[in-house]
Each structure stands twice: as C-alpha cells, then as structure tokens.
Design a protein around this ligand. Structure first.
Ligand SMILES: Nc1ncnc2c1ncn2[C@@H]1O[C@H](COP(=O)(O)OP(=O)(O)OP(=O)(O)O)[C@@H](O)[C@H]1O
Length: 670
C-alpha cells in the first residue's frame, strides 16, 4: 500500500481542485439479479476466450451513465482503499479490472481526492506499458474505476516466488518500465509511486505501470513539487528532504525497482522507517557479489543523490546495461514462478550488407542487410555406408535404399517365403533379389519408399489378431508433440519431440528454434538458410522471429504434449540438416504432418490417437499413441509376422492413403 508519509507533519501540497474529469456523474445503480437479458459469450469479438464460469451471474454491477452491465468475477487484489475484481462487460464480452472502493472508506476529503486524482491523470494515458483507464462511475455504495485487466499480478508477486530475477528478465522489465515512464513524463506527469507492487503484468508478461493515486501534473517547466509522498523504500532523498522534486524522483525509484529485482529487496530497506530514511539521505547502499558491473553502474547512476546527475530517460536505453547482454523478446508466464533457461549468447560478426537475391517473394526478408551467416542447403545425400554394408558389398544409395528386412518381405510378397516362417536378420541379407523394390524406392527416407514398405506390410500382415505385437524400446522417434494452426494469418507452428520449435509460414519459408533455445535457422522461400541467435536477431527477420516466439509461448502455455513418447533432445538431427516439419495438411478426419526426415505422422481428431511411421536404424517403425496418450512402437518386420489390432491397422491404412497423396502431389522423391 502506498502512504502519504509524514503527511500529518507537513504542510499540505498544492490545493487539489476538482478536475473536470468526468462528465457530471449520472445516476448509476447496482443492478439486481435477474436483469441480464444477454447470456455471456465464451469469447469476445477479438477472439479472446472468456471463461464465463469465473463470473458470478448474481453479482451485477450497472453503469447507467453508459448503460453498461458488468458481472463481477475473481478478486485480483486488495489495496489500502480498493478491492480489485475482474469485471465482464456484457455488451462487449471484454474483461476488465474493476477497482471497487466502498464509499464508507473514503469519507475523508483527501481520500476522495486521491481517487479523483488517479482518474484525472490516468484517463487520457494510452501506452502499452501503462494500465489503460476505461471508465469511472459510482453507485450508492461504491466508486468504480474500470481499468485494463492485468491478471498476472505484479512484480511483487513474481519476486515472492522467485526471490530474485535473472539479469535478462530484469533487462526485459526495465526496458518496458523506461518506455512507460518516458511516456508518462512526456505527458507532464510524475508518477511518484513507482514500486514493484505498481508494476502489473498482463497475460503476455507485459509490464504495465499502475496506480496514479500519488501522481501529479507538472504545470510549467521547472516546477518543483513539495508534497512528501511515495512509498518509504522507494522515496527519493530530495522528496524526503523537501528540497522540491520533479521527474527525477521517478528515475530514483526506477533504480530502487531494478535493485530489488536483482537483489530481492529494495536498496535502502531496513527494519525501521527512520533507519531507511537515514540511509536514503546518506546514499548508503551496497551490492551483493553476484550483481554484474553493468547493473551496478546503471543502478548507481539512477541512485545519484543529486537529481540532476541521474540519467535522462531519453538516454538510458543506451546505457551498457541495456545495450549489451541478452534481452529476451518475450517471457513465458512460467517465469512468474520458475527461472527461465536463457541461452548462452555469442556474438556473430555481421557482414556489412547483404541482399537476398529474390527477396521480393518474401516480405520479411525484403531488405536483409546484415545476415549473420548464410548457409547453402546441402543437397540431400545418402549417409556413408556402414562397415557392415561395405563388407556385404553394398555401396552408396543402393545398399542403404533397401532396408534390411525388406528382402524377406519381398520374397514373401513374391510367394517365395513360406507363411509362418520366422524373419531373422540372416534371412534379410538375401536382398539382392528385390530389384523392383530398389527401383521404386530411391531413398529409405523418401515418401514413396515408406509408401511401398507400408503397402507391403499391410498386404501381408495377419488381419485377425487381438494381441499386441512386440514393442520396440529404446528408439528415438521423431514426431510433432504440439502444433498450432494459425495459417489463416501467419502459418503453422509446431514443436518437435527434441524440443525444437518451428513455424512453417504461409509464404513457404520456415523458421526453426533449436532445442536449447539459442539458435535460429531461417529457410527462405528460395531454400537459402540463415543462421542467427536469439540474442542477435537479423533486423529483417525480427517479425518472423517474434512470431516464432509467440508460437513458442502459446504452445508452452496452452498445449500439452500429444503423448508420452520420450525423445532425447539432441538425437534426431538428420544428415541433411535439422529435423523440421516439411508439409502438413488437414482432412476432415485428421491432420497429416510430414517431417524432413521422411517421418509421417497422422493425428486423428475424433479420439486424439496418433500414428507415426518412421525410418530409424535401417528399419521402418510404426508408433501408435492411444487415447490415453500412451505410446508403443512396433517394427514393421514384427507387424508383418505377428499382425496387430484392427484399430492400428485401420489407422495405418488411412496413413497409407495420406502418404499416397503426398507422393502424388510432391513426387516420389520428397
Ligand atoms: N488493472 C489491474 N489489473 C489487475 N489487478 C489490478 C489492477 N489494478 C489493481 N490491481 C490489483 O488490485 C490491488 C489493489 O489496487 P491498488 O493498489 O491500486 O489499490 P489502492 O487501494 O488504490 O492502492 P494503494 O493502497 O496502493 O493506494 C493491486 O495490488 C493489484 O493486485
């Protein structure tokens, strides 16, 4: 809670005149249950989902001045005067934060004054780092201030869980705080109560400066304010000493906020107010060892005893603290409780200028002037033959192109293998008599080869089996663990089992964030690849990189992994580059995902089961993820021999028709 400290001992500040803030108050009343004629909707016109179960249909608040009915929802917090609740506007279905102040609590004139000042100063402010004012009204019992909803609480709550924040997080919040204060000062307002509790967070982890209850307007250039107000731990020495203060008092508080975020408590905090004030006026504070030199320097600059020596807000973002070191482009809400893992950052040498040859196809790379590193996509090549393959006389693509077990499959297909006989490894070495297969199967990872193998498997496996075939353990299956289809606007986001995250944009370019979250690869529409780090994003790829981060954040916060299928983080890069989603499409039944290593995944909409067909360790496998999200992988060799349940076979048949589509559309060599 903020307090007008020492206010009883000091002469009052400039007299507050009732500002012409709101049109003369019209009659308002709290509506009674039963007057709602419109059923709350589950989403508003911005497409934002509203959880209507959070709102009490029996608690209705009515603003007759605008004929707006609100439902009261969850309690967001309590202050000295106010209780703040989520309010659902039934006209627009938008959720706001409503500060509700009981009139019985604001009987004294200065209390009412505080509220009016807050409204007067905040009502015209519009900035992404300042809580937006929506409306103000009264009824017989309460005063209501309706504000932008910041439902991730405040930096106080975050610090309570986390104790201290990492330097990149502090850089992220401080940059936003500076932007917000710069705007407030440009509007001739001094906030005078900047502290962690007044730094609110919305769902996107954007900082929003709140609580203008102690703010004041500077009426003329050079005006000094005399009222002693603020929150003890954050109050500037010139305010305390009544020397007259101005915007610089906010810069001081900014230094206190940054110190608190890094160290866990404000710089002058002591057990008593008196001792705190002695420290503030004596400029006595120190840093624990772990605070970096650039953080210390910046905090020291903000905490200069003389206001004129503090940095000017227009310049602060050039301070080394902001200009060097990692600056996250977004923070996940999980940061409220757990420290994020940030990459180790390396700086690349940027060539001075570079223009992508036919950038006009790709708006986001129209003016690439500073690619960090251009990588040509290597033509897909076959892996070098293994020793075993060499000694077996197999070389290059021929040996690889015919997977071990296909010879017996083929011979069974040709009627040369007696039914029921066991398929063994030694059987499979007899592959030289399968030329047809070789001709139609140019690469083991190609869609056409997978299609052939799958067809053979389906043709020959026993159909009336009720038992589960032998499962394969210890296999790294590449698959899409999460996806989000935003192709009506941007593209298709996906997360792979190795934790890499990517987006297949509508313009056919692709972007991929490595599993450790450090490096990004961008594949433009012509197939050129650009590699850079999250710390050093190519200017012209900022938009797509930001979109990638939004997709990542969305999937992190809203989606659960589609099955319990473990995958080691670094184990599924393939010879031709990092694993990536190559194609996707939907049917009415399923979504079909085709990966760059030739893996086909089909996610069925009705029961959320999934089938994954992959080529691993020279064999083909079928992975089935059931309704309970539990995964089992079978070798196609075993399936041919032992069969499997009808449900799996049906899904394999469907996958086959999807694969046929891919081959028909894209050609055999995709
Ligand atoms: N826009 C908002 N969105 C979400 N929560 C909010 C919002 N505004 C305020 N709150 C919550 O409500 C609490 C009370 O609000 P606030 O501190 O402004 O009340 P107050 O009584 O005017 O404050 P003070 O005691 O600091 O004078 C805050 O601590 C915060 O948790």
């Amino acid at each position: 809670m903020s307090v007008d400290i020492l206010s009883t001992k000091l002469p009052p500040g400039p007299t507050f005149t009732y500002p012409n803030i709101i049109a003369p108050m019209k009659e308002t009343r709290t509506a009674r249950p039963g007057i709602i004629t419109r059923r709350p909707r589950e989403s508003n016109k911005d497409g934002v989902n509203v959880n209507i179960s959070n709102f009490d249909p029996n608690y209705i608040i009515y603003d007759s001045s605008t004929d707006t009915t609100y439902l009261r929802g969850r309690l967001l917090g309590k202050g000295g005067f106010a209780r703040c609740y989520e309010l659902l506007d039934l006209n627009t279905n938008k959720v706001y934060a409503g500060k509700i102040i009981a009139k019985s609590r604001i009987a004294k004139p200065h209390q009412k004054q505080k509220i009016l000042r807050e409204v007067e100063l905040q009502k015209d402010l519009k900035h992404k780092h300042v809580v937006e004012f929506h409306s103000y009204f009264e009824d017989e019992e309460n005063v209501y201030i309706v504000l932008e909803n910041c439902n991730r609480k405040s930096l106080v709550h975050m610090l309570k869980h986390r104790k201290t924040l990492t330097e990149p997080e502090v850089r992220y919040f401080m940059t936003q705080l500076v932007e917000g204060i710069k705007y407030i000062h440009r509007s001739n307002i001094i906030h005078r109560d900047l502290k962690l509790g007044n730094m609110l967070l919305n769902d996107d982890m954007q900082l929003k400066i709140a609580d203008f209850g102690l703010a004041t307007r500077v009426e003329y250039k050079g005006e000094k304010k005399m009222t002693v107000c603020g929150t003890p731990n954050y109050i500037a020495p010139e305010v305390l000493q009544k020397r007259g203060h101005s915007y610089e008092a906010d810069v001081w508080a900014m230094g206190c906020v940054m110190y608190a975020l890094l160290v866990g408590h404000p710089p002058f905090e002591t057990a008593t107010l008196k001792e705190t004030y002695v420290r503030i006026t004596g400029n006595s504070f120190s840093f624990p060892d772990w605070v970096s030199p650039s953080s210390r320097n910046f905090i020291k600059r903000c905490l200069a005893h003389e206001p004129d020596l503090r940095p000017k807000l227009d310049e602060v973002l050039q301070d080394e603290f902001f200009s060097a070191g990692h600056m996250p482009s977004f923070l996940s809400v999980s940061c409220c409780t757990n420290a994020p893992r940030f990459p180790v950052y390396t700086k690349f040498n940027r060539p001075k200028s570079y223009v992508v040859p036919d950038a006009q196809h790709d708006p986001a790379v129209e003016r690439i002037t500073s690619p960090i590193k251009e990588l040509e996509i290597q033509p897909r090549h076959e892996p070098t033959p293994t020793k075993r393959e060499k000694s077996a006389g197999m070389s290059g693509s021929l040996g690889r192109n015919t997977p071990d077990y296909l010879a017996p499959v083929q011979s069974k297909h040709n009627g040369t293998r007696s039914s029921g006989s066991e398929i063994t490894r030694s059987d499979r070495s007899d592959r030289s008599d399968s030329p047809a297969l070789r001709e139609t199967s140019p690469k083991p990872r190609s869609a056409s080869n997978l299609l052939d193998v799958l067809s053979t498997c389906l043709d020959h496996m026993p159909k009336d089996v009720h038992h589960n075939p032998e499962t394969v353990m210890d296999l790294t299956v590449p698959w899409v663990t999460k996806w989000v289809d935003y192709s009506n606007k941007y593209g298709f986001g996906f997360q792979l089992a190795n934790d890499s995250i990517g987006v297949l944009f509508n313009d056919t370019s692709r972007i991929l964030l490595s599993p450790d979250g450090r490096s990004i690869q961008y594949f433009d529409v012509t197939g050129k690849t650009y590699a850079y780090t999250t710390d050093d994003v190519l200017d012209d790829l900022e938009k797509k990189t930001t979109l990638l981060m939004y997709f990542a954040k969305y999937m992190d916060e809203h989606l659960i992994q589609g099955g319990n299928l473990e995958c080691s983080k670094d184990s599924i890069d393939i010879a031709s580059g990092p694993l990536c989603l190559k194609k996707w499409f939907r049917t009415t039944k399923a979504i079909v995902l085709y990966l760059s290593d030739g893996t086909l995944q089909v996610n069925f909409f009705d029961d959320h089961t999934k089938i994954i067909l992959s080529y691993q360790r020279n064999d083909y496998f079928v992975t089935f993820i059931d309704e309970e999200r539990s995964a089992n992988t079978y070798s196609m060799v075993h399936l041919i021999q032992d069969g499997c349940q009808k449900g799996i076979i049906d899904r394999m048949v469907f996958a086959k028709s999807m694969l046929q589509n891919i081959v028909d559309i894209e050609g055999a060599y995709i």
